[in-house]
Design a protein around this ligand. Structure first.
Ligand code: GTP
Ligand code: MG
Length: 456
């Protein structure tokens, strides 16, 4: 339920279970807000209102002589807390009954149940985090593997926000000069040096373009690097998928045209998540369903980060490879790899320009080398120092800022009046500001935090 709370803090003290629901060793119930210490004391055997910050007290979770559990209450005093408010965390035993009952008692004592992401949204509204960091908290919690975890940590450190703020700062300075000109419109003066402005716009566009481009890889690292397996029928694509997954996921048969739809599954290797996609064999299809399968295969190949183009060592030739790769029309940043399969029955011809692997999917020969290469490839893309955009919202904002800056640049080249250029620059500032939450972001906030789980 979205309580629509994130636009402002309603002055209420909130509570929620912060650990995962269900049976566990320990459950943490968090209370945050101006009355946190008083309300927490109402359900605890000891008075917490005088306890120093960052101190844990052992006692009983109780009311009216009834004891629910023995527990630890940790006190955090504002402003040095995650939310920026007074906070108490109860460490209780993790039974589902204690979890729900303790929250109910806290509500009876005056708390409101927290909305999704409300602890983190309060942290943002109290200036503890910028928006990108708040979103990183969500990503960190959702990270299933090392690659996604590392990306979330970079963002949580605030590196991305700093970069965006630096870009904005440069623009704001120039926007100021343009606005100044407007105040002196009668006099027809130019404070803003047009040449310097063009240089600045060009530098900003370069950087913003680079960040937007990193999205494809950043997103892939977070959600699974898409690896499409394509090729003519019967080359062993489904056999290769199964070998890579270590599972009989797709049907294998000697009949050409076995796979008609795309089949995909993920696996985690070397700290990265890969999304392997088996596709229908590419040929001049004889029926409607197969044609649709082939259309999907080509679409998957276009959106993949890596395309494994599978050939059969016993029947394909170097000319077949050349022809196939040309007609694939892969996007420039897609890594296309030639896979010679069935080397157990025939020797593969050597083919020059492309990266290639010789393997037997059926016999498991060469699969380890291919897997090792995937991991190396992923590592190469995730340069630890480089910033990566992983969030669609950030990507969109960057693209919109880019559009506005391009318009400003065109305006500049065509000598359009300063107020029009200033308006484009303001647009760009607005879009960049949306990323970190520096402009009035109420609707964006609601959207972001409603995707969180309660208790975060
Ligand atoms: N000898 C040998 N046979 C293989 C190898 N890989 C696959 N095959 C055989 O080749 C045939 C086709 O395999 P599939 O994996 O179904 O081929 P596909 O490319 O998915 O075929 P479609 O789905 O029809 O496009 C099957 O009979 C497999 O057993 C291999 O490495 N060596
Ligand atoms: Mg198949």
């Amino acid at each position: 339920m979205n309580r629509g709370i994130v636009g402002a803090i309603d002055g209420k003290t909130i509570c929620a279970l912060s650990t995962a629901a269900g049976m566990g060793g320990i459950a943490v119930v968090r209370v945050s807000g101006p009355d946190a210490l008083r309300i927490a004391s109402a359900v605890f055997s000891k008075d917490l209102t005088e306890v120093a910050s960052h101190r844990a007290v052992f006692g009983k979770f109780q009311r009216d002589g009834e004891t629910l559990d023995e527990c630890l209450a940790t006190v955090f005093r504002a402003p040095g807390t995650f939310t920026g408010e007074d906070t108490v965390e109860f460490g209780l035993h993790g039974s589902p009954f204690i979890q729900s009952e303790s929250v109910r008692w806290l509500i009876d004592a005056g708390c409101r149940h927290a909305g999704p992401g409300e602890f983190t949204s309060r942290a943002f509204l109290n200036g503890k985090l910028d928006l990108t960091q708040a979103e990183a908290v969500g990503d960190l919690i959702a990270a299933e593997h090392e690659g996604a975890h590392r990306l979330a940590m970079t963002q949580l450190r605030g590196d991305f926000a700093k970069e965006i703020q630096a870009l904005r700062a440069q623009l704001i300075e120039f926007a100021g000069l343009l606005e100044l000109e407007l105040d002196f419109a009668e006099e027809d003066v130019e404070f803003a040096d047009r040449k310097r402005f063009d240089d600045l716009l060009s530098a900003l566009l370069h950087r913003i373009g680079g960040l937007a481009l990193s999205f494809k890889h950043g997103n892939a690292i977070r959600d699974g690097i898409p690896v499409a397996i394509v090729g003519a029928p019967n080359r062993g694509k489904s056999t290769l998928l199964n070998a890579l997954l270590g599972d009989e996921r797709a049907i294998v048969s000697a009949t050409a045209g076995t796979t008609r739809d795309t089949v995909e599954d993920t696996c985690i290797a070397g700290g990265y998540k890969f999304r392997f996609i088996d596709t229908a064999g590419l040929r001049d299809a004889t029926d409607e369903i197969e044609s649709e399968g082939i259309r999907r295969a080509l679409q998957k190949a276009r959106s993949a980060a890596i395309v494994l183009y599978v050939f059969d060592a016993s029947c394909d030739t170097v000319q077949d490879v050349e022809l196939a790769l040309t007609s694939l029309e892969a996007l420039p940043d897609t890594e296309v790899v030639v896979v010679w399969n069935k080397v157990d029955v025939a020797e593969a011809p050597t083919q020059g320009s492309k990266k290639q692997f010789h393997l037997s999917a059926a016999q498991g020969i060469g699969i380890d080398q291919l897997n090792a290469w995937f991991i190396e490839w992923a590592k190469g893309r995730q340069d630890t120092d480089a910033l990566m955009v992983t969030n669609l919202r950030h990507y969109e904002a960057l693209r919109l800022a880019e559009e506005a800056l391009n318009a400003a640049r065109t305006g500049l080249a065509n000598d359009v009046p300063g107020d029009l250029i200033a308006s484009d620059v303001r647009q760009a500032l607005h879009h960049l500001g949306n990323i970190t939450g520096e402009v009035d972001p109420e609707d964006i906030l609601d959207h972001i935090f409603s995707n969180f789980c309660i208790g975060k």
